[in-house]
Design a protein around this ligand. Structure first.
Ligand SMILES: Cc1cc2nc3c(=O)[nH]c(=O)nc-3n(C[C@H](O)[C@H](O)[C@H](O)COP(=O)(O)O)c2cc1C
Length: 330
């Protein structure tokens, strides 16, 4: 276990891209950030291309950062893991939790919960290639393979390959009949089973995920497990991570990040990215949800959405911010 495992921001396709991660780093220096899932073949079939730089590149500010890989073939994933280590990632995670049809067609993601031996083989092959940790993110179970004993069997088989860190989305998944979004909401959360797993395997690092909304909830979970991972609540309320370094990692009190500084830094970053050829919307979309609890937050959303739509060559986020919030009542 490393210190950063105490709190992480979950991998989320189309959300946890490098621009979002950059912004998250302004709130928390210590939490582990995850990439979106990258399919192993995307790396192995595109070695040494500019395309790969676009997929794997990240800003040094994003450390500690874990890349999540998807796949089930050790011959693809082992070299992919090596490439990721060379790019400077701190950790590699295997996706054994995604139930989407596309992922199931490739026979990976959550359906691998039914094949722990395969998971062990893949993780062992990756771990043999790299010196950074390889971890697994999985569900409590899938379909009718959903008894606690099945979960224990999964963990026991996978730990044989040397993986000691399990990130458990505390609900099962149904591979047929539920969409990925439903699979994140409909099967009930069973935190008790994740706590039980930690009690039964005290030497393993057990990280809990699913439905965690606040830093206070993280602190509660940390009474039972080694770490907590937050997905949707991190995206929808990133500001709450401003308390993370102090509350979760025990940093001494630091000056809270002011809104003006946040916007100034994001303005500079967005301009730099646009100058490099990044579409303005790719960065600005992550700003739409900021300041939710503030009066005028609706106007902020509208202004940023308008900016995205108009896609101007020059822009000033600080000016928009001042324009929206200076109207606030004293
Ligand atoms: C839009 C979206 C995309 C996601 N993409 C991934 C993914 O690429 N890999 C993965 O393991 N989980 C993915 N997840 C699941 C999250 O990592 C997390 O396990 C799930 O949302 C439960 O945590 P939460 O309740 O804190 O959001 C995604 C979730 C969302 C909402």
């Amino acid at each position: 276990m490393r210190d950063y495992h105490r709190l992480s921001v979950a991998p989320m396709m189309a959300y946890t891209d490098r621009h979002f991660r950059y912004m998250m780093r302004l709130f928390t220096k210590r939490s582990l950030l995850y990439t979106e899932m990258v399919v192993g073949t995307t790396i192995t079939y595109n070695l040494k291309s500019d395309f790969l730089d676009r997929v794997l590149g990240f800003d040094p500010i994003e450390h500690p950062i874990a890349i999540q890989l998807g796949g089930d073939d050790p011959k693809i994933l082992a070299p992919a893991a090596r490439v990721c280590e060379d790019y400077g990632y701190d950790e590699i995670n295997l996706n054994v939790g995604c139930p989407s049809d596309r992922v199931q067609k490739g026979r990976f993601g959550a359906c691998l919960m039914k094949e722990p031996e395969r998971v062990a083989e893949v993780v062992a092959a990756m771990q043999a290639e790299v010196s950074i940790p390889v971890t697994v993110k999985h569900r409590l179970g899938v379909d009718d393979v959903d008894r606690y004993e099945d979960l224990c069997r999964f963990v026991e088989v996978v730990r044989q390959c040397g993986n000691h860190i399990f990130i458990v989305h505390a609900r099962k998944a149904w591979l047929k009949g539920l969409s990925p979004a439903q699979n994140r909401n409909v099967p009930p959360l069973r935190y008790d089973l994740v706590y039980q797993l930690k009690r039964d395997y005290p030497d393993l690092g057990i990280i809990i995920n699913g439905g965690i909304g606040t830093m206070d909830e993280v602190l509660d979970h940390l009474q039972h497990v080694d770490g907590a991972m937050i997905g949707r609540a991190a995206y929808h309320q990133p500001e709450q991570f401003a308390r993370a370094d102090q509350l979760i990692f025990g940093e001494s009190a630091t000056e809270p990040l002011g809104e003006d500084t946040l916007i100034e830094v994001m303005n500079r970053y967005t301009r730099e990215q646009v100058a490099l050829g990044t579409k303005l919307s790719f960065v600005a979309k992550h700003l739409v949800g900021l300041f939710k609890n503030r009066r005028n937050s609706r106007r902020w959303r509208q202004e940023i959405s308008k900016l995205i739509q108009e896609n101007p060559v020059t822009f000033d986020l600080a000016q928009i911010h001042r324009g929206v919030f200076r109207m606030e009542a004293p």
